[in-house]
Ligand binder design. Structure first.
Ligand SMILES: C[S@@+](CC[C@H](N)C(=O)[O-])C[C@H]1O[C@@H](n2cnc3c(N)ncnc32)[C@H](O)[C@@H]1O
Length: 242
């Protein structure tokens, strides 16, 4: 039989790989859709006007640790699509909806542009850029009380690589927090459990009074993500004395 692209050994193999990949894609997107449809947090986010289910992770963390109060100044790293900014605005009174309470201030940064969040100031900025900490403090009008990071590096599909990337991102976010936080401030960041975060935990323990590792109920049980909540920033001078 003459070799054509359809029946040559290589052609057949290529086709099989393409079909297998397409099937894989279809089944993972179907699984994602099913998960979205069956997820009570997705429905609740829609009902309550939040931009995503991630909003409930911050709500649950703040219900437990109480770092967002009227008057609190927040920097939200990796803020798109804006759920954490929405929660921060509500809880810090950044819209000044209640004039008896102090007014907070929320600055959100992301690599991509987001639809405006009423009460928050959002900017397209890579927080890893030189001088991003100074720029963010300028936008906030001074140091922050709280630095939030729900950032995730784009998935490589390789669990250990993803873990190392997110730990590196989290370490950089912590460095950023050390530069912009007011003494007494709070740093909240997403990490993936997986073994490489010991250095980060040790550094945070030096710089903050308390460091907790938490998996809020809204975080999916099949995900290895967890959050570090570091409270009572000691300031740079005190941390180096310890
Ligand atoms: C999971 S989303 C955050 C969801 C957000 N907390 C919410 O409630 O809508 C993570 C975001 O981190 C952003 N990100 C990743 N690396 C970043 C960087 N170097 N600088 C700024 N944003 C970054 C991504 O663009 C992405 O939008």
């Amino acid at each position: 039989m003459a070799k054509t692209p359809g029946n040559s050994g290589r052609g057949q193999r290529d086709l099989k790989v393409r079909v297998k990949t397409a099937r894989g894609r279809r089944s993972s997107s179907t699984r994602w859709l099913e998960r979205q449809l069956n997820d009570p947090y997705v429905a609740r986010a829609k009902r309550e006007g939040y931009r995503g289910r991630a909003a409930f992770k911050l709500i649950e963390l703040d219900d437990r640790f109480g770092f967002l109060k009227p008057g609190t100044r927040v920097i939200d790293l990796g803020c798109a699509p804006g759920g954490w900014c929405q929660v921060s605005v509500e809880r810090t009174n950044a819209l000044r909806s209640n004039s008896n309470k102090a007014q907070g201030f929320v600055v959100g940064l992301d690599l991509r542009e987001i639809e405006a969040v009423p009460g928050a100031e959002t900017h397209v900025l890579d927080f890893l850029d030189e001088g991003a900490d100074v720029t963010a403090k300028d936008w906030l009008g001074g140091p922050a009380d709280v630095v939030l990071s729900d950032m995730a590096a784009a998935s490589s599909g390789h669990k250990q690589t993803d873990h190392l990337r997110i730990v590196a991102l989290c370490e950089a976010a912590a460095e950023f927090a050390f530069d912009v936080l007011e003494p007494g401030g709070t740093f909240v960041a997403k990490v993936l459990a997986g073994g490489a975060e010991a250095t980060l935990q040790a550094e945070l323990k030096k710089r903050f009074e308390k460091v907790a590792n938490v998996k809020p109920p809204a975080s999916r049980s099949d995900s290895s993500e967890k959050y570090v909540v570091a409270t009572g920033f000691k300031g740079l001078a005190r941390a180096s004395d310890d």
